[in-house]
Design a protein around this ligand. Structure first.
Ligand code: ADP
Ligand code: MG
Length: 847
């Protein structure tokens, strides 16, 4: 950050004072001196006109420190006030941006709350007005009869608790409105022809537009508010020293000034992409792109602006992705230079694989094994992510990879996120391998389980055997990593259910002093949208198991309201009588406490946005108070938002056992039970000694009980998509037909509706993952526990997939075969910038 001499700071303050008090002569003098404070991208925001120390401090809290930071605070929507979309082209339920004229206002005192009502007249566009005019003219003599209806269409606007608006509007004022268009039932509005008002808006955001009488700054900036595509910003939260909010209007003026001063100061355009690259891809220069997004040129298509598809958007998005991919490409290149183990895959290895396979592998399994084996044969260490939907048969592929290493005389470590899963893998591996003789050594395979709950003596003993090389395949939980297990000759590490591990952890195992690094295979059953895989796991190669083993019948998924749970319990009972087992899953363990850390979506999803529109609380709906994730607020209707009572695992366990399921064998499993108790509960369910397992999401990952055919999820509206999908994946693992019932409570947000619909419609994990990513954004997708996700200022992983793909290709090109037309200085500038960005923005270590 640049230090500014104190005297200039003082001059700046004086100049502000001069402007406010109108000492013109003095002001001119000051501005002359001020020219010395050149606004550049790196200039602290406090030096921007209208900002100053206090606002700057507030902005700093939002991460905005420099002019550049501020310019990246992009509008989140736009209003076309030059060619607003005609009212006639809107349909009920759509969000609308309207420019109109205040016709009349009234404050209605109703029983529950005062309602402020306003009628806004909207002129149809000129084409329509003139078209009618022609018709009238052409019918000579009858023009009076064919007079068109009044040209002013009207919209009725309502604000609950709107007393504060009483003196704000005057008839004849021009106003810009933004909000959802509802149908007007009566068709009546103040001062409009009865029955002619098609639409109403409840609590729209509004901006009073400047008119001919505007003076001073307002007049100067009229052109920012009207007759153009106007940017709308998310409020920056703070206030100006004189108490005004940092509204869109304020931001527009500040941004406008910044661009003007940048141009005047002749600051060197800080271009961040090599010109050759920009020209080839047809991307605008950086400053032009930024300006084009704050103040779009007339004629910029609104749909492109709103969906971030303008060339200006693409340019900024590309830049972010390109630098990220450059960094990842370097990482990959460095990895290729590291030394691993080149495993051989001769006759004996093939024989070993063949004798292990209990069934015919699917085509996808064959392809993926091929990808893994070709990595293993290479001398560099393997870093591969194996993605596969629940039940796609990842474990067997992983065990095949393990055999390749073992037949080569190496040890294999396999890690799972929970004891249950580690144990399950262990039993699975034993079942497949314990009877077999290694073709290479002529001896049986030696497999060990190592988990945290083993007693210390056993743990010590197992560790000893691993250290002495007496174990070929060690399967365990985190304990394997955390408790410093030394391998004699570790060749391959398999990490199951990656998303449960911190990103850092996965590197721990790899670092091993001495010769070749082990290969690493990471498996996840959470289908990750490709964009995320390319970024978060960008340093891994990705294999996808996109085919389920044959013989699976689709799981029948149904949605039912809680009131009909009786029917569901009857159904469960019938299934149990037919010899099957069932899971019933709850969002919480006990009472209505949110005490279930595993639940990744229970919090903050009471965004009943539709409802809020209808009878929103009394938040002053001023200017740009656009609620993106409307937190429930207490108003007159505040009670509606009070938390509903959730059914919980422990309570329902008691209730069902005494009631609907009396006579059945019930088990319980939740996160607050001890590891031993969990183990026992799961083992009993697996052995078929329990008919119905009442649980929380701890059963989510990887648990395999083929005889279980029913999954009931209570309060399904509270679960995230990924989670529901995982839960559903617990059934349908055997030959019998399976069912998933989504029981829903009474209040369901729009987002929850979408999730439930998606669950009913598809069983494809990758499709669900894309929807999930779109809904929650990448941060939430992984949950807060997951570090390592880069933050983008413009790009959006759910939206900009194509740009990401392009950036990846272009990054590889730049690293391996840069365009000969690019000169050395440009290339060096890119690397210098990468180094700085990699640290600052992406926070990815070891650049
Ligand atoms: P994932 O870990 O991917 O969820 P698993 O590896 O647990 O899936 O496999 C699910 C079930 O499908 C297991 O019982 C496994 O034995 C079985 N399975 C895997 N591959 C095949 C195949 N090619 N043919 C038949 N059954 C298979
Ligand atoms: Mg698995």
């Amino acid at each position: 950050m640049r230090q500014y001499p104190l005297c200039i700071e003082r001059v700046r303050q004086r100049s502000v004072a001069a402007q406010m008090f109108g000492h013109l002569g003095r002001e001119r003098m000051c501005t002359d001196i001020l020219k010395a404070v050149r606004i550049e991208l790196s200039t602290p925001v406090k030096y921007i006109k209208r900002v100053g120390e206090r606002v700057a401090a507030g902005l700093a809290e939002r991460g905005i420190e420099t002019v550049e930071d501020l310019l990246y605070h992009l509008p989140f929507r736009y209003e076309d006030r030059l060619h607003p979309k005609p009212l006639a082209e809107y349909r009920v339920g759509e969000m609308a941006s309207i420019v109109g004229e205040v016709r009349g206002t009234v404050l209605l005192r109703t029983r529950s709350a005062p309602i402020f009502e306003m009628t806004v007249g909207v002129k149809p566009p000129r084409e329509i007005r003139e078209a009618r005019y022609e018709i009238r003219d052409s019918k000579d003599g009858m023009s009076g009869l064919l007079r068109p209806p009044p040209v002013l269409e009207t919209v009725k606007c309502l604000w609950f608790h709107g007393t504060y608006l009483r003196d704000k509007f005057k008839p004849g004022q021009m106003i810009a409105l933004y909000g959802k268009l509802d149908g007007s039932r009566s068709g009546n509005a103040l001062g409009a022809v009865p029955g002619a008002t098609k639409f109403k808006m409840v609590q729209p955001t509004f901006e009073i537009l400047p008119d001919a009488t505007a003076t001073g700054e307002d007049a100067e900036f009229t052109m920012l508010e009207m007759g153009r595509i106007v940017p709308v910003y998310e409020s920056l939260g703070g206030k100006t020293p004189w108490g005004a909010k940092l509204t869109s209007r304020w931001l527009r003026r500040v941004m406008w000034t910044v661009f003007r001063e940048l141009a005047e100061s002749g600051a060197v355009a800080d271009e961040t992409l090599p010109a050759v690259l920009r020209e080839r891809l047809g991307l605008p220069a950086r400053m032009a792109a930024l300006e084009g997004l704050h103040f779009p040129a007339a004629g910029t298509p609104m749909t492109e602006l709103m969906s971030a598809r303008t060339p200006a958007h693409r340019r900024l998005i590309f830049e972010e992705f390109w630098y990220l991919e450059l960094g990842l490409e370097l990482k990959r290149r460095r990895l290729r230079e590291r030394v691993g183990t080149a495993f051989a895959t001769g006759e004996k290895v093939r024989e070993a694989l063949k004798q292990m396979l209990p069934f015919k592998p699917t085509a996808a399994q064959k392809r993926v094994l091929g990808e893994i084996v070709s990595d293993m044969r290479a001398a560099r260490p393997m870093r591969r992510l194996l993605q596969g939907d629940v039940g796609s048969g990842k474990t067997i592929v992983a065990l095949q990879a393990a055999l390749v290493a073992i037949e080569n005389g190496y040890q294999v470590a396999m890690m799972a996120p929970t004891e249950i899963l580690a144990t399950q893998h262990y039993l699975y591996a034993r079942r497949l391998l314990s009877e077999l003789i290694s073709p290479t050594t002529g001896k049986p395979y030696r497999i060990a389980l190592l988990t945290g709950s083993l007693d210390d003596r056993t743990k010590r003993e197992v560790r000893g055997r691993i250290f002495r090389g007496e174990i070929d395949l060690a399967i365990g939980t985190h304990a394997l990593v955390e408790e410093k297990v030394d391998f004699e000759n570790l060749g391959l590490v398999i990490v199951d259910e990656q998303h449960r591990f911190g990103v850092q952890q996965r590197f721990k195992l790899m670092r091993k002093p001495g010769a070749g690094e082990p290969d690493v295979l990471v498996m996840t059953a959470t289908p990750i949208p490709r964009t995320l895989a390319l970024t978060v796991y960008g340093d891994l190669e990705v294999s996808v198991l996109d085919e389920l083993p044959p013989g699976r019948t689709p799981i029948v998924t149904r949605r039912m309201p809680e009131e009909r749970s009786g029917e569901v319990w009857d159904f469960v009972r019938k299934q149990v009588e037919a010899g099957r087992q069932a899971y019933i899953v709850y969002p919480v363990i006990e009472g209505d406490k949110d005490d279930q850390p595993e639940l990744d979506f229970a919090r903050g999803d009471e965004n009943l946005s539709d409802y809020e529109q209808e009878a929103g609380p009394s938040a002053p709906s001023q200017d740009d108070k656009f609620k993106k994730s409307g937190k429930p607020k207490k108003g007159a209707q505040g009670k509606i938002f009070e938390k509903q009572k959730l059914r919980s695992a422990t309570e329902m366990f008691e209730q069902l056992r005494a009631g609907e399921f009396s006579g059945l064998r019930l088990g319980m499993l939740h996160g607050r039970m001890s590891a031993d108790d969990k183990e026992v509960a799961m083992a009993r369910f697996k052995r078929g000694e329990v008919d119905v397992l009442v649980a929380t999401t701890v059963i989510e990952v990887g648990v395999d009980v083929p005889n279980a055919t029913v999954m009931v999820i209570e309060h399904a509206e509270r679960f995230g998509l990924a989670q529901m999908h995982q839960l559903r994946g617990r059934v349908g693992r055997g030959a019998a037909k399976s069912y998933c019932v989504l029981l829903t409570g009474s209040k369901i947000s729009r987002e929850a509706e979408l999730r439930l619909d998606a669950m009913v419609q598809t069983q494809n994990g990758f499709q669900l993952a894309e929807i999930d990513l779109e809904q929650r954004g990448p941060g939430e997708f992984f949950g807060t526990r997951q570090a390592g996700l880069p933050e983008f200022r413009v790009a959006n992983l759910a939206r900009d997939r194509d740009v990401l793909e392009l950036a990846k290709i272009e990054a590889a090109k730049f690293v391996y075969s840069p365009d000969p037309k690019m000169d050395r200085a440009q290339i060096d500038a890119v690397w210098a910038r990468l180094k700085q960005q990699w640290q600052r923005r992406y926070g990815l270590v070891e650049a």
